[in-house]
Design a protein around this ligand. Structure first.
Ligand code: HEM
Length: 470
């Protein structure tokens, strides 16, 4: 989104826009061994400075062709128009997540994906937000109380705090208020242990070994998996015995029907519950953690945010009815998602031959879209590396083009939880920022860590300060 010089001048007059950290952009070619090393540390660090200007990047590693699509019109071709050819997840993603999610929709494709998608998307749809928002508001209020109890100047790990908050919200919405509260920490521990044991870089797939070649899976991974599956089974049993909550997403999963009108079996319900839990919390947590960091670097943004939050009704926490008044807060979240999209690379494998930008893409090739890079392409964005939330404020700027801004992906596989995630992030930021300021702990340097998701390092130490106006 290119903005006029007058617009820049107006924003600059209000105060500086910081340039938060981004990975080093290579200016020379790198060999495969060097690239694997960079990939293991940070998957978005593999792109060179020249790649950021390029609409379509082709690389060949042995037998494997990899196309990185970096242009809105080509993203539309690949993810929308040719969804049928490019809908499958990469073998790396499938092998990393299948043991955990089974045939869950996140890693499925074809008819099975379509059936599950049709059943799951309505469960998290925007229309159900009035049921979920009160759970969000209640959980966020508990967090505010917890922060108040820590006292002024307390140091917190903002990443861990946001991860716990969003895990609690997703747990109470997926499993219901009662069962969610009881089991959140057990589910989270199982997921964390599993993630720690998985190497996302599946070297066998890089050399195009077929899917039936077994990928090594350590004992630790199997133990973590057993724990996750056992705890979800326990929750499903308790729910089926009547200890659940009619508003819980798992209630809707039990009630859902396949194309033939039959209920889903227990394994399918377990897999989709795990998908919802996994997809629904770390992304939102990372967004909030980055937002706290970015706001702490930008006094101009903080002032505007404070003005908006101080105009809200004082007698209750912000809720769904306040969203129309939270336009700048939402702009802060959307700009955070532009600079640090929690899913930094969308990976697909061609299941049939297709054509992108006139280039033939053969079956088996990988097709990637890197929202992190597309969101910083200079031909599309003014001040691409600067934190400027005003570009998302509908009062100041037009909406970015549909295929240029894709933190929730795009096309038929677009995130079905988009409204859920945005609502939760906006309400959490509004509620907590109205009462607190977070300052980066002195001496801490933030560095991007990108594996399955993009985070501000392993931890984000920040100091809590109550706001006087609150
Ligand atoms: C800020 C928050 C979120 C972000 C940035 C985000 C982003 C994404 C992205 C980029 C994808 C596509 C991945 C790919 O194509 O490779 C995705 C898929 C998905 N997301 Fe989200 N998400 C968020 C929150 C949520 C929430 C709250 C839920 C559920 C309550 C959710 C449920 C899902 C599901 C089920 C899929 C798989 C869809 C499919 O494959 O058809 N997400 N999300």
């Amino acid at each position: 989104m290119q903005l006029s010089p007058e617009w820049h001048a107006a924003i600059e007059a209000e105060g500086e826009s910081p340039v938060p950290p981004y990975p080093h952009r290579r200016t020379r070619p790198a060999g495969i061994v060097e690239l694997i090393g960079i990939f293991r540390r940070n998957i978005v660090g593999t792109f060179s400075a020249a790649d950021y200007h390029n609409p379509l990047i082709h690389a060949r590693y042995g037998l494997l062709d990899v196309y990185t699509v970096n242009d809105p019109a080509l993203v539309q071709e690949a993810f929308q128009a040719q969804h049928a050819a490019f809908q499958a997840k990469t073998p790396q993603m499938r092998h990393a997540l299948r043991p955990l999610l089974g045939d869950g929709l996140f890693v499925s494709d074809g008819a099975l994906w379509a059936e599950r998608r049709a059943a799951v998307a309505p469960i998290v749809h925007a229309a159900r937000m009035p049921r979920f928002a009160p759970v969000m508001v209640e959980t966020i209020a508990e967090w505010a109380a917890h922060w108040r109890s820590l006292g002024p100047g307390a140091e917190i790990d903002a990443l861990a705090e946001m991860a716990e908050l969003t895990a609690e919200v997703i747990s109470r919405t997926v499993f219901g208020r009662r069962l969610g509260r009881r089991f959140t920490s057990e589910v989270v521990r199982g997921f964390a242990d599993y993630q720690a044991t998985v190497d996302q870089l599946d070297l066998l797939s890089l050399i195009r070994a077929p899917d039936w070649v077994p990928r090594p899976q350590g004992r630790a991974a199997r133990r973590a998996l057993g724990r996750v599956h056992r705890v979800i089974d326990t929750i499903l049993d308790l729910h089926a015995r009547g200890e659940g909550d009619a508003d819980a997403m798992i209630s809707q999963l039990f009630a859902a029907r396949d194309r033939a009108g039959r209920p889903f079996d227990r394994t399918a319900i377990r897999n989709e519950a795990i998908v919802l839990f996994m997809a629904g919390h770390e992304t939102t947590a990372n967004t909030l953690a980055w937002a706290w960091y970015l706001i702490s670097r930008a006094p101009r943004v903080r002032r505007k945010l404070d003005a908006e939050l101080d105009a809200l009704p004082r007698d209750r926490p912000p809720g769904l009815e306040d969203l129309p008044a939270l336009r700048f807060t939402r702009a802060v979240i959307e700009e955070t998602l532009r600079l640090y999209p929690p899913v930094p690379i969308l990976g697909r494998q061609a299941v049939a031959e297709g054509v992108i930008g006139g280039t033939t893409v053969r079956r088996g090739a990988l097709v990637l879209v890197c929202p992190f890079m597309l969101h910083r392409r200079p031909a599309i964005w003014s001040m691409p590396d600067h934190f400027v939330p005003e570009r998302f404020d509908p009062r100041l700027a037009p909406r970015p083009a549909k295929y240029a801004y894709i933190p929730f992906a795009i096309g038929p596989r677009i995130c079905p939880g988009m409204v859920f995630g945005l609502t939760e992030a906006v309400l959490a930021l509004a509620s907590l920022a109205r009462e607190f300021e977070l300052e980066l702990a002195p001496g801490h340097e933030v560095a991007i860590q990108a594996r399955l998701t993009l985070r501000p390092g392993a931890r984000l130490p920040m100091r809590l300060r109550p706001r006087h106006a609150a």
